[in-house]
Design a protein around this ligand. Sequence first.
Ligand code: PMH
Length: 387
Amino acid sequence: MKEQGFFYRDTWAEVDLDCISGNLASFKKLLPKDVAIIAVVKANAYGHGDVQTARAAIEAGAKYLAVAFMDEAIALREKGISAPILVLGATRPQDVAVAVEHNLTLTVFQNDWLEEAKTYLSPGQSLPIHIKVDTGMGRIGVRDKNELLLLERTIQQNEVFILEGIFTHFATADELDDTYFQQQLSLFKEIIGSMSGNPKYIHCSNSAGALRFPEAFFNAVRLGIAMYGLTPSPEIEPELPFSLQEAFSLHSRLVHVKKVQKGEKVSYGATYEAEGEEWIGTLPIGYADGWIRKLQGQEVLVGGVRAPIVGRICMDQCMIKLPEYMPIGTTVTLIGVQDGNFVSVNEIAKKLETINYEIPCIIASRVPRLYKRGGKIVDLKNYILQS
Ligand code: PMH
C-alpha cells in the first residue's frame, strides 16, 4: 500500500513525474528524430521508483528501458511494463531461458558465455542481445576487434541469438577535458567499423554525453541522471543546453516540539548543548532511512526558513533547532523547495562529499515514495490521492 499513498509515519519522498516528463521532452527537442531514448531505470530508478518512472519515461517517448540486473527487469515485467528492457550488467548463462520468458534483452561480452548460454535455449527460442564494448571504462565489454569478430561469428552461427545492438560506456563524459572521451569515441567507431553489418541500435552516450556531444549520438542514448533532473557533474552545469527539473524531494513532520534551557543536551553522546533557551523539534527520520549521521549540521526547511540538524542523527529520528515555536505536524523539507527556499540534492551530495547520483539511491525503501502529477499526489492510474 505504500506506493498508494497510505502509510503510518510522517516521513516520505515525493517524485514529481512532470519533472521526469519535462526533462525527457527537453531531450527530445535536443536529439534528432532518429535517436532513440533508452531510459535508465536501474536501482529502483535511482531511488525514484522503477515502475512509475518507467511509465512516465515511456509516455514521454522513451523507446527502451535499461536496468542493471535481470531481477530489476523481471520486477518491471511483473508490474505490467511491456516496453523493451535491456539488462546492462552481466547475466548468468544458465538464466537465459528466464530472460527469454520475460522478453528481455541481454548484454553480451564473452564468447564462452554465448557457447554456454545457447545450451540453455531450445531451437525456436530467441534472445535479443546487445554487445558491450569496453573502450576505456574498464568494467565489462570486449576490448578489441578480434574479440568482437569472434562474438559476431558465434552469434551468426546460432539462430537463437539476435544481435540487436552494440554499445559502450564513457568514463569521463561529465568532465570538461574531453581528451579521454574522444579516445573512447574513436575506439568505439573503429571497433564497430570492423563489423560485417550494423545492428539496429548503436548507443554510447549517458546523460552527460547526450547533453554535450552530438557526435556521439549514433541512434540511441542512455539517459539516467539528467532524466531525474540532476546535472551529471557540477562542472558541466554552466554548459547544459537546457535547465533540468529536479524530480526528487524529501519531507517529514515535527512529531515533538520542546523548549530547552541553556546547557541542556540533545541526542546520543549528549554532544549538542543548548546555548540559551531554544526550541527543539524531533523528526521521524534517521540513518536507517539513508539520512546518515554525516548529515549532522545540515540545514532543513521549516516554516520556509533554514534550521540546522543538531546532535547526532539516530537510527529513526533526528532533532532540529527551530527558529521559534512551531506546532507538532509542521512540514519539514529535507530536500526540495519550501516557500521559495531550496535544499537541492546537490547540496546534500556536497555535504556528504559524494555525487548527486548517490543521494536518492541511498534514501531507504523504508521511506515511502509519493508521486506527483500537476502538483498533486497521484496513484498509478493518475487518480488524485492528496491535493
Ligand atoms: N549506461 C550505463 C551502462 C550506465 O552504467 C549508466 C549509469 C547509464 C547508462 C546512465 O548514466 P547517467 O545516469 O550518467 O545518464 N551508471 C552509473 C553507475 O554505474 N554508477 O553511476 C552511474
